[in-house]
Design a protein. Structure first.
Length: 435
């Protein structure tokens, strides 16, 4: 499985696209259309938000698992765009009947809450993700199976809209939403979604039993995980590897390989702690060279240096067995590259990752400056093609994290990739019945 080891946007889309060649099924287990996974194939750009990137490979089935929150309108829009691009979605893409549905009042409440005085602003993607997961955990959500049950849908929308309008008016003075109009729109959407709906836990387990291989496509990243991230500046789901089991219905002991993705530097979108953030010119240079602008909201991403203590933390939380380093080419022009090798709190070294956002305010990074290579790595496909300093940079990451680098991405295109031999072999000869 593929999991983000930072704050998202590590290049999961590209890596899933490269690896999906050797997998029968690609499954999403968490998040919703807050994700933006960009894949570039022969100069053609695809930004996938809800649909797993496996859809771009012929013969690969795609599953939206129960742990995902599904915005029906966003889903249908994405499906239409994929069909227009000539891709086969019908009969190839499956949505869990147990996934929760995002409705317009989720967005209404999120937007109002984000801007309400006194509330901590998270800098969300405004997609209704948090409020939809709140309703799921509060046991008052609507699931995809319920969306297809029109009588139940009508009743659910009537009750929920009445309640949400009252809450939103009382707390934020929001304009009320119209339940009848909402029902008409979502009943029509339900009809179009119905052919995609399945018991995807059964589908995935049957695929495993038949010896097929499944690739989990993580969304967001470890530091955005609801439990293990920089709470409250996180998303509302379990983005880490543990979420893959509950988010799909595949047992945890079927997962045998966790591939952690990290950029060769670091970025974050939205508010919250970012110890190795580089706010000066060098940070701006990373943003420009790395084209660090959010795929979903267009916001400039905050940029900074690789943070090894956080990477070690991500390794621990996810059980990362291989690292993939992306966007190495973005560092090509730098004379030296700072890497955060340790953390200090109140001037004293610490091995702890703080549980509170306020704890992060006191954190200082200890930097080690690595020599840059000032040569192009763009498009390299062999470790041997990399300048010596780039090879040393990767070796340093391996030594400091204790995890081997299985792949290095050297550009956004599918073929701009380096495979370590052993990693490539492992991908070809995975244990049958394992993820
Ligand atoms: P995801 O959310 O983890 O799938 O990542 P995003 O797609 O949001 O962001 C990664 C961005 O970097 C995308 O625009 C990719 O096309 C691009 N990208 C991926 N790998 C590389 C790479 O190795 N080099 C460069 N320059 N760009 C890359
Ligand atoms: P991918 O899958 C980067 C961030 C938002 C915000 C916080 C909460 O492309 O890596 P939310 O809308 O989820 O309630 O917002 O999480 N965020 C992401 N940042 N990549 C993502 O997904 C993200 N999904 C959510 O910017 O800070
Ligand atoms: Mg993204």
């Amino acid at each position: 499985m593929i999991v983000g080891a930072q704050w998202g946007d590590e290049g999961k889309g590209k890596i899933v696209d490269v690896l999906s060649e050797s997998f029968s099924v690609v499954a999403r287990y968490a998040g919703g259309h807050n994700a933006g996974h960009t894949v570039i194939i022969n100069g053609k750009k695809f930004v996938l938000q809800l649909v797993p990137c496996g859809v771009l490979r012929q013969g690969c089935r795609s599953v939206i698992g129960n742990g995902v929150v599904l915005d029906p309108m966003a889903f249908l829009k994405e499906v239409a765009a994929l069909r227009d691009a000539g891709l086969k979605v019908d009969g190839n893409l499956f949505v869990s009947n147990r996934a929760h549905v995002i409705l317009p009042y989720h967005r209404m409440i999120e937007l109002a809450a984000e801007n309400a005085p006194g509330r901590v602003k998270i800098g969300t993607t405004s997609r209704g993700i948090g409020p939809a997961y709140e309703d799921k955990m509060g046991r008052r959500g609507l699931r995809v199976a319920d969306l297809l049950d029109l009588q139940l849908l009508k009743k659910h929308i009537e009750n929920a809209v009445r309640e949400k309008n009252m809450i939103a008016h009382a707390l934020f003075n929001s304009e009320p939403l119209d339940a009848d109009k909402m029902y008409a729109e979502y009943a029509a959407a339900a009809e179009k979604i119905a052919p995609f709906v399945a018991d995807t836990a059964v589908l995935l387990n049957q695929a495993l039993a038949a010896g097929e291989s499944i690739l989990f496509e993580g969304a967001q990243g470890t530091m955005l995980d609801i439990d293990h991230g920089t709470y409250p500046f996180v998303t509302s789901s379990s983005a880490t590897s543990g979420g893959a089991a509950t988010g799909t219905g595949i047992a945890p002991n079927a997962i045998d390989s966790v591939i952690g993705l990290t950029k060769a530097y670091c970025t974050r979108v939205g508010e919250g702690p970012f110890p190795s953030e580089e706010k000066g010119d060098a940070g701006q240079q990373l943003r420009v060279r790395g084209n660090e602008f959010g795929a979903v909201t267009g916001r400039p991403r905050r940029t900074g240096w690789l943070d090894l203590p956080l990477l070690r933390y991500a390794r621990m939380i996810n059980g990362i067995s291989w690292l993939v380093v992306t966007k190495l080419d973005v560092l090509d022009e730098l004379a030296e590259i700072p890497v955060c090798v340790g953390l200090k709190i109140d001037g004293k070294p610490t091995g702890e990752i703080p549980a509170q956002a306020s704890g992060f305010d006191k954190i200082e990074c200890v930097y080690h400056k690595m020599p840059g290579w000032r040569a192009s790595t763009q498009g390299a496909t062999e470790f041997g093609q990399l300048p010596k300093a780039a090879q040393e940079y990767l070796a340093f990451v391996e030594k400091e994290t204790g995890v081997r680098v299985g792949m290095v991405s050297t550009g956004p295109e599918r073929d701009q990739i380096i495979f370590a031999d052993e990693f490539a072999r492992e991908m070809q000869t995975r244990s049958p019945g394992k993820v």
